[in-house]
Design a protein around this ligand. Sequence first.
Ligand code: SF4
Length: 239
Amino acid sequence: MSHHQSLVSDFLPFTWVDGPGNRLVIFFQGCNFDCLACHNPQTIPLQSVAAHTWTVEDVLQRVRTSMPFIRGITVSGGEATLQWPFLVELFTRIKQDEEFAHLTTFIDSNGHVEPAVWEALLPVTDGVMLDLKAVDGTLHTELTGHSNALVLDSIRYLAAAGKLYETRLMLAPDRNDSDEQLRTTAQWLLGVDPLMRVKINHFHAHGTRSPASNWAEADEARRQRNRQVLLEAGVQYLC
Ligand code: SF4
């Protein structure tokens, strides 16, 4: 029996970039951040005419059609954890039902999540990909409209629970990618877990709103420099 309904903005049938193996990605409508560099700003409002109301059963039916081609599902957004009761029900069904039990369950999150929500989700979640926009609190507020206190807490909490699959750094030239900023970030992350898996997501202007639509994108030299600084700072697993 499905109790919860959820606003789903989109599905991506197959992707290799949102967690391990080939995955079905479900994008949920609504986000509790308002990032300058958001490349999908239409998913920020909690309501949208473009989004559809789905039940857990509807989503499972969609999972069934992709099943021969996928290793698992990833929920993304927006911020999928805003609809955490729905996720708990969906992931519980996947874990309990023999038909789906071979699938892994991953969450793509901005990390602005209360510990009690992680506590509810983790028993049925295999891993979390978490975004970190800045370790510096002031810069984080500038970039996202919110404090990073919960984000940093989430990274510590998930790492301690063995559920942090990777931390993702959105890097934009001259915004949050100076050598010093990257060293501070690496130091903080490695202090949480010396073997932290770190992924760089370079800023792309496409799809963003003003003023970020006018920001520069990193050229190849800049990208290599970003990587080099993180590697030299001790990041061993850099994607
Ligand atoms: S957390 Fe992600 S979806 Fe939400 S505003 Fe930021 S970039 Fe957009």
